[in-house]
Ligand binder design. Sequence first.
Ligand code: GLA
Ligand code: ZN
Length: 685
Amino acid sequence: MTKEYVTDERRLLHGGDYNPEQWKDYPEVLEQDIELMKKSGVNTVSVGMFSWASLEPKEGVYDFEWLDQVFDRMNSIGGKVILATPSGARPAWMAKKYPEVLRVDSLRRKQLYGARHNHCFTSPYYRSKTQEINHKLAERYQNHPALLVWHISNEFGGECHCDLCQEAFRGWLKTRYNNSLEKINQAWWGPFWSHTITDWNQIESPSPIGENLVHGMNLDWKRFVTDQTIDFYKNEIVPLREVTPDIPITTNFMSDNPEFIPFRGLDYSKFAKEVDVISWDAYPAWHNDYEETYELASKVAFINDSFKSMKQKPWLLMESTPSLVNWHQYNKPKRPNMHYLSSMQILAHGSDSNLYFQWRKSRGASEKFHGAVVDHDGSAENRVFKEVSQVGATMDELSAKIVGTQRKSEVGLLYDWESDWALEDAQGFGLTTKHYPQTLQKHYQAFWEKDIPVDVITKENTFEDYRLLVVPMLYLMSEETIQRLNNFVANGGTLVSSYITGLVNERDLTYLGGWKKELQEIFGIEPLETDTYYPGDSNQIVYADQTYTVKDYATVIEVKNADILARYTSDFYAGTAAVTSNEYKKGTAYYIGARANEAFNRDFYNQLIEDLDLKPLLKVEHNIGVSVQGREEADQTSIVFIMNFTEEKQIVNIIEKAQDSFTGEEVTGEITLQPYEVKVVDKII
Ligand code: GLA
Ligand code: ZN
């Protein structure tokens, strides 16, 4: 892998969201900021995401001086600026004069001015106004040496149901269905409950107060929301591409919290194609009372690897907190060393930055208690500031080895937004136990525990890049996807799938005539029934002489050509196949019919890891909770992070040759890691 993409070829970015416009009346604070940035190893700030009222205080009256100063100050310390466009929030004068910029919610209520992230994506006025202000920003800073990256708006998300958006939705449908209401009625299963549409103006976006049980429409609406958001973004970047063609563009993606699963509001597999570099905002609830620290660490790794896999390039962590947030149910500060450990994990999984929200804690309004590098005490002596500085110093030292390096993986795990949307909407199975993203994260964890790098891919990725493809619970499968999976296995790939897979097509219409013949051939089976359990129900399967508990789902399988690897122990399907494997042409396809426990995932995937001889970047023996991940360069040298995500001391055994990345001292053999400690090593080859 080559260092083909870098945001700043000199170094990893350390810094984050900076809101100097809140401190214009406090010049001493702005002076102090620069001194403190130097002390904490901050080299990059992101500015302007919520600055519209400061940039254009009155319609047509602009003030860029305060921003000029930020650019110049950063430049004076050799720092860089990630410049945000301000569309995430707008001035009060604008909402008052042009109310079309405000959103209408799904209950058709016009939102009042206030908050943020709440504009209409269709409004022609807002679109032209954002282009105008973006153009001015681009012209003003195009030649400034501190300008590094464009940050478009902030955390795009949500939907608008105003008349303009309704019209845009109809237009989108006309394109998708070739102007044919007949095709829409077929796709949406129109005659059901008399939902046949006879005029375009009868189409309204889904609403809880109207009809939102037309699943085909719900799915199309979600697709439309993604497309319309991307369209808004594309409109924003027109002047930037024109004036600053060499400055990379990003927008900060998210995860869904507090569960820490992929963000469900937008299909990022589509959005990723439109940005130059992926960036995202990570806010895991470390030290919570409902999961082990390492389980959360594995989920963070999953999301990191999903963003990494979208472009197969280094990405940026745009936001994270150095201590605590203010919007979790309980806002607990990171324990000592957790900030350092979690920052190293971000680097290990492919980020070229650790950026924070926020540099300095606000004095007023809703984020005054959100963690920041600089607290209200303005001190460089507190625990948070010191740990941030330690991260800064380490990043500085590691920059040369890490910037631009890649991660490689032979395993692809497929996550699909459309399938998630359709399955969540499906009336059936267990209404609260579908857990598609969570199930994928559990499958991922089995590899994570063994330090096997996994790409969390989407349908946009090339399946052939992997030796093993893990595709659990892919409820919605187009014929095209089925064909691609068929080719993958036929050409020698190993495929794993599971219960609730391949039931509907891309219109959310079920396949007729039983499970698709192509799937039957690949897997050598036909799933006959999906049994859904009450929370108190369970079953067991016996796999390789071990017994494992099954909860939630069990598929009754008719075996055609496959080998049976596990059988159920009870219920009317006792003794029948629960897990199968099938040789199909040059490859193998496994079907896991039941939601078995974690122990099963571990044993099943460990066997596959062994069979396929999948290897970690560095071989280290350790207990569950220690993670070994890292990055490689073209010449095969690699930097590896051995991370202890447990509250106990851990003795690990480094089997392959390695040396301490800082001291160069050889560290092969046993070493002890303190709770939350991380050891950074270079693999010696
Ligand atoms: C989001 C936003 C930031 C800030 C943080 C707080 O990520 O992008 O502006 O509000 O949340 O955690
Ligand atoms: Zn709208």
